[in-house]
Ligand binder design. Structure first.
Ligand SMILES: NC(=O)c1ccc[n+]([C@@H]2O[C@H](COP(=O)([O-])OP(=O)(O)OC[C@H]3O[C@@H](n4cnc5c(N)ncnc54)[C@H](OP(=O)(O)O)[C@@H]3O)[C@@H](O)[C@H]2O)c1
Length: 356
């Protein structure tokens, strides 16, 4: 544990050495989070590393060996299996856990929150665990919430274009290795056939991802739907966050050969008429949203807002009740680390105000 300030909350980051953990460390510093004592944790693999934070040297602890007492807020980005085991233990030891994995999101007594959309859901944290949404859900919620409030959201159809960093460091390494192999052998050979290059065996994404699109993320759910769990997350999490339990929603998730920032093509149907101009007027004042003409992954990478553009009337919906639009957002930043830190700020204000 390293003391940073006299006052503030005691913060632990579990998964501090990962991609999301690295962005979390950066965002905690950028936003001057009111940290009193700071701890970084990961697995035994990284224990003993020292990570610099705001001029302090913070050792990485093996969570399995760590004393969990005295932590106020623990921010987790270490995968679902790790959260399943460790979130209840941290909560039992007195911490409020903010978890980035999918493990706890749909539990009834666990709030699932986007900072600008449903912060009131953090008033009560019955199990001591708060869940951060999936990155695709996160990206479109700040866009869909003000439109839903104004025009009444009925149906959502989403196709995602998801970056490899959403699959962790292993996803980034696969794209780098495959791209290097293709360039060495002459990537332009791919114009005439996908098997013109000998790629290394896929190590994380289920098919070659360099210069490719792979419509399969996660695992097929054993419920007869033939959907992947990633596809179901968008439906289930949108319903919970927007407080619209009967929302009709369908999603196709596609991994693309992009390092960071997910894209989402959205077709939304509303109760009331809505024109693209009316939607733009609503979105122009929405928090965490930026209107642009062409939202791209490279525009969003490293930035905070959900970029939204290409807003059109959905011609497949009768009258003026449908919109088509495209959203891009940095999956590691707002899609994971930033929202988690924003939730930690709200939790600190609501539950540890006397320490600030
Ligand atoms: N990437 C995204 O776009 C994204 C978006 C939203 C949510 N998330 C979620 O965030 C989490 C991490 O993603 P990531 O991209 O940062 O993955 P990552 O780069 O692979 O990092 C994983 C982190 O978890 C730690 N860890 C793994 N197993 C552990 C264990 N048994 N005990 C303790 N620590 C363990 C690793 O520590 P070592 O260094 O010791 O291995 C590392 O710090 C996942 O739950 C993911 O679902 C990711």
């Amino acid at each position: 544990m390293v003391q940073i300030n006299e006052r503030g909350v005691n913060v632990a980051v579990l998964g501090a050495t990962g991609q999301v953990g690295m962005v979390m460390r950066r965002v905690l510093a950028e936003r001057n989070f009111p940290v009193k004592n700071l701890r970084f944790m990961a697995s035994a693999r990284s224990a003993g590393q020292v990570l610099e934070w705001q001029g302090h040297e913070v050792p990485v602890e093996d969570v399995a060996q760590a004393d969990l007492s005295g932590i106020d807020i623990a921010i987790f980005s270490a995968g679902g299996g790790t959260s399943k085991v460790w979130a209840p233990k941290f909560a039992e030891a007195g911490a409020i856990v903010i978890d980035n994995s999918s493990q706890w999101r749909m539990h009834d007594n666990v709030p699932l929150v986007v900072a600008e959309v449903n912060p009131e859901d953090l008033d009560e944290i019955p199990a001591g665990i708060v869940a951060n949404p999936n990155c695709t859900t996160m990206a479109i919620m700040p866009v869909m919430k003000p439109l839903a409030d104004k025009f009444g959201l009925k149906r959502l159809i989403v196709s995602s274009y998801q970056a490899v960093s959403g699959a962790g460091r292993a996803g980034v390494e696969q794209l780098m290795n495959e791209a290097a192999a293709a360039i060495e052998q002459g990537a332009d050979k791919l114009v005439f056939g996908g098997d013109a290059i000998t790629f290394p065996e896929p190590t994380k994404v289920v098919r070659t991802i360099a210069f490719n699109e792979v419509p399969f993320i996660g695992a097929i759910v054993d419920d007869g739907s033939e959907e992947t769990d990633e596809e179901q997350k968008l439906r289930n999490e949108s319903r919970k966050i927007l407080h619209l339990p009967d929302l009709k929603a369908s999603c196709t998730c596609v991994r693309v050969g992009v390092f960071t920032a997910h894209g989402m093509s959205v077709n939304a149907e509303f109760e009331q008429d809505v024109t693209p101009d009316e939607a733009r007027a609503v979105l122009s004042v929405a928090p965490a949203v930026e209107l642009v003409d062409i939202p791209t992954a490279q525009l969003a990478a490293g930035k905070t807002p959900s970029f939204v553009g290409r807003i059109r009337q959905d011609q497949a919906v009768d009258g003026h009740k449908g919109l088509a639009l495209f959203v891009t957002n940095d999956n590691l930043r707002k899609g994971a680390a930033l929202n988690a830190i924003e939730l930690a700020e709200i939790v600190a204000q609501k539950h540890f105000a006397d320490q600030l």
